[in-house]
Design a protein around this ligand. Structure first.
Ligand code: ADP
Ligand code: MG
Length: 369
């Protein structure tokens, strides 16, 4: 198994610098997902690793080789794109076998390898069809088979599921995970879909405008976002943000905004101080319905409800902010009613208003980049 390392990687197209100082170390056999909004540079990284795009500065290592100047064909990688790019005039078999035929692999071996890969991917009945005789999901499986048959050391996927409908995407996601378990090739997978990233990744790399915001396991990214960008990008429905001032009261530090104030647990004493301007962030599930006479209860008029199965998403205004809260469906809360809410202390995330960086608790240190 092969490690991949990016050292201070940069990319410019003419005068336009689209990426700078990207550092990333991918372990042998790891499944790493590059996640970020459109245009943040995910494909550019993948294409540089693949050798389809030149490196403007820095270094890429695959295994123990610096590959900056190595042609794509010598990198022992396989690439799967969003558009399957199958040869339309060839059957599925011929598409899958194409690379091996070009390498003059003997015919019986080709047939054996195609049969094996096809079995794993469940495409044996499709082998004599041409691309236009197959659905999108089937074509994408052929494209994956074509990549797998090369037995690459490194798999690169660029949004391979984006063209599939939701149900098929779910199914293919599970299959890709199983495939990775079987093959354990080092994998770099690009997507803008956080669900895909969360479910597939050993580690997620969150990118924003050509830089890395955070690298971490799905748990670290979700529970301990290092920046406001990460907190906002990951999690549905969106995280709720409140601009707050730190104030001190008889019972300790409190966060205060125009509409409300909440106590800060003493665990924050070492990290924040009076007068600081912070953004408090709570996910919709970090609120708990409470009795109206609970201390520090927040009262919110419910303006809109959305039934989401076991849960109801309620929307309203708190401290001048439009917020979204998930409550159990069984609470039967209706539009026009007042929701009394408390906040889960252990879920509070605080960010510096100016830098957007997370205020870290001593227990968060292991989640640092
Ligand atoms: P993503 O895959 O995350 O959507 P890309 O890696 O495709 O983003 O693009 C990153 C940035 O580089 C974007 O601003 C894009 O416009 C720019 N870019 C990509 N390819 C080229 C190119 N061939 N010429 C000029 N700019 C490019
Ligand atoms: Mg892209």
């Amino acid at each position: 198994m092969t490690a991949i390392q990016l050292h201070s990687l940069g990319k410019a197209y003419g005068a336009a610098e689209v990426m700078r100082d990207v550092n990333l170390s991918i372990e042998p056999g790891e499944f790493v997902v590059l996640l970020g909004p459109s245009g943040c540079g995910k494909s550019t990284i993948l294409r540089m690793v693949a050798g389809l795009e030149s490196v403007s500065s820095g270094e890429i290592r695959i295994g123990d080789r610096v590959v900056n100047d190595l042609p794509p064909g010598d990198r022992e990688i396989a690439l799967v794109f969003q558009n399957y790019a199958l040869y339309p005039h060839m059957t599925a078999f011929e598409n899958i076998a194409f690379g091996l035929r070009r390498l003059k692999v003997p015919k019986p071996e080709i047939e054996e390898r195609v049969a094996k890969v096809s079995e794993i991917l469940g495409i044996t009945p499709l082998l004599q069809r041409r691309p236009r005789q197959m659905s999108g999901g089937q074509q994408q499986r052929i494209a994956i088979a074509r990549a797998m048959i090369k037995q690459p050391k490194v798999f690169l996927f660029d949004e391979p599921l984006s063209n599939l409908d939701a149900k098929l995407r779910d199914q293919m996601r599970i299959e890709l995970k199983k495939l990775h378990r079987m093959q354990t090739a080092t994998t770099v997978f690009v997507t803008h879909d956080q669900l895909e990233a969360m479910t597939l990744a050993d580690r997620i790399v969150i990118m924003n405008a050509g830089i890395i915001e955070q690298v971490g396991t799905p748990e670290e990214i979700y529970y301990s976002p290092r920046t406001l960008f990460v907190a906002k990008f990951v999690g549905t429905p969106n995280i709720n943000l409140f601009p707050m001032n730190v104030d001190s009261a008889a019972d300790g530090l409190r966060l205060r905004s125009e509409g409300f104030s909440i106590p800060l647990g003493s665990q924050w004493n070492a990290t924040v101080s009076k007068g600081q301007k912070l953004i408090a962030a709570y996910r919709p599930k970090d609120f708990v319905l409470a009795k109206p006479d609970t201390p520090d209860v927040l009262a919110m008029t419910v303006e809109l409800t959305e039934m989401m199965g076991d849960e109801t998403l309620i929307q309203g205004t708190l401290g001048g902010q439009q917020i979204q809260v998930l409550v159990p469906y069984s609470s039967q809360i209706k539009e026009g009613q007042t929701a009394h809410l408390t906040l889960r202390d252990d879920r509070l995330k605080l960010f510096d208003e100016k830098t957007g960086l997370a205020m870290m608790l001593p227990s968060d240190q292991r989640h640092s980049l």
